[in-house]
Design a protein around this ligand. Structure first.
Ligand SMILES: [Zn+2]
Length: 200
């Protein structure tokens, strides 16, 4: 008969089991690994976990995650500030950066419009994006939301909101697996999707 682990060990198993891709067996294996690991190593992990929640915040300009006021991309004078690439999540930005073809800046929405889940424009960083474009200096906004129903809907909404600003609005080329996320695309696919982007 299975007995549910209790106390500190049970607590750790439950917390690890909440992580994506970690089932009960893996949570148990990781817990026993940590129980047997050096105290300094385990505390270093605990400190790293605390640090990402205490020290990481949204970039003042693009809402990417950063430790400073501006993220490293916004602070880099070699990036082309006249092109903005709009992504749903920081992990999508990382995927595009790995493709190493894009030299512009980003805007991270921290989600996508999902009316059925009650996620509207005010829950995202859309106002900030509109302000950024209206402030001038931007000639193109590339919609790189995920090729899903909600990602497409978000891109469409943003394109209509941006229409009045006169900025060129483009969408990543199809070729990314439909219904999937940017984070799962390989670098060449993302480079091709950027290269083949078309005007909305
Ligand atoms: Zn930034």
């Amino acid at each position: 008969m299975d007995t549910e682990p209790v106390g500190a060990i049970g607590g750790l198993m439950r917390e690890l089991g909440k992580l994506p891709g970690i089932g009960p067996k893996t949570a148990e294996r990781l817990t026993h690994f940590l129980l047997g690991a050096k105290r300094s190593d385990v505390l270093a992990l605990a400190d790293a976990l605390r640090a990402v929640k205490d020290e990481i915040r949204p970039c003042r300009q693009c809402c990417n995650l950063t430790e400073g006021d501006l993220c490293v991309l916004c602070a880099d004078p070699r990036r082309d500030a006249s092109v903005l690439c709009v992504v749903e999540q920081p992990r999508d930005l990382f995927a595009l950066e790995r493709s190493a073809t894009y030299r512009g800046l980003y805007h991270v929405l921290h989600g996508r419009l999902a009316p059925l889940d009650g996620i509207g424009a005010e829950q995202l960083t859309i106002d900030k994006l509109l302000q950024r474009v209206r402030a001038g200096g931007v000639r193109e906004v590339i919609m790189a939301t995920n090729p899903t129903l909600e990602g497409d809907g978000t891109a469409l909404y943003l394109a209509s909101e941006l229409a009045a600003t006169g900025v060129r609005v483009t969408r990543l080329a199809r070729g990314l697996p439909s219904g999937s996320g940017l984070e799962f695309a390989n670098s060449q696919m993302l480079a091709d999707a950027l290269e083949g982007r078309r005007t909305f």
